[in-house]
Ligand binder design. Sequence first.
Ligand code: PEP
Ligand code: MN
Length: 337
Amino acid sequence: MIVVMKPGAAKQQIDHMIERIEGLGLRSHVIVGTECTVIAALGEKRDGAKQALETGEGVDKVVPILAPYKMASTEVKKDRTRVEAGRLQIGDGRIGVIAGPCSVESREQILQIAHIVREAGAAGLRGGAFKPRTSPYSFQGLKEVGLQLLAEAREATGLAIVTEVMAADQVGLVANYADVLQVGARNMQNYPLLEKVGESGLPILLKRGPSATMDEFLLAAEYILKTGNTQVMLCERGIRTFEDHTRFTLPLATVPYLHQHTHLPVVVDPSHGTGKASLVATMARASVAAGADGLIVEIHPDPEKALSDGYQALTPPAFVQMMADCRKVAQALGREM
Ligand code: PEP
Ligand code: MN
């Protein structure tokens, strides 16, 4: 349920309602909006709770939250969330771009790419140090050394570091180096991991599982939000269908759909979404046109020699061109990139 307070309700009245909500065995979550304050009362449905709260002083109305996810829902929070990590700003009118290699491979590679990313005007540097590979025989990432190299690249460029954490017991280590923790598609429903990344307090990039529905995706985000961490970005990275002309199928209707149902920013990954370098820039432009709040794109100075996902990596010149074209689309729609 949502307890909507009257405009100008006193702090004392709000505090009193929090007490009453918690007295009913529910969790409270206060959202101060531009027009009024609302308090979400979360937990198992309780008979009589609505009536009990409606009589509170300063209460305008008590309404049920219809969506299965609560804190992620626009029913609870109408104002759009902006996620901020250093110079990276995503959401609420800002389009942020995160780019970099699939995997951190060497000092030279990551530093070279970081400078290219920075010069092209992106604000986030991606790069996997712990890699979730389909085959256990494929390159698994440089692990902590990779994290150290990412931190060095941040030092050199000021870019915000976005990197994946694969297991709950690695969150502490990765959080020591990263500015944004990425939860990969394969881990979208790893609930202990979602809780642990939430508790880190760092912004989270949550990727959609390749077979997850929108409700499952938003409920996964809800696990993070429930820890009190409000800095969550949702990333559409393509789903598994019968199609085999692309690595995954990239459904861009996800962007406006999520904008209707959640206040969280939506990032699109056209690299994993297509798995083909020749399709990436077009889908990046289409994502911006669809209203995406951000892009995450794989690039590599020499894609043929990449240790992972080289076939979907843009070359530096192609990335520079992609940025210029996406900016034109953003400008045409009156948005900032
Ligand atoms: C990645 O970003 O390199 C990655 C492994 O992505 P996903 O989890 O979407 O497959
Ligand atoms: Mn990849």
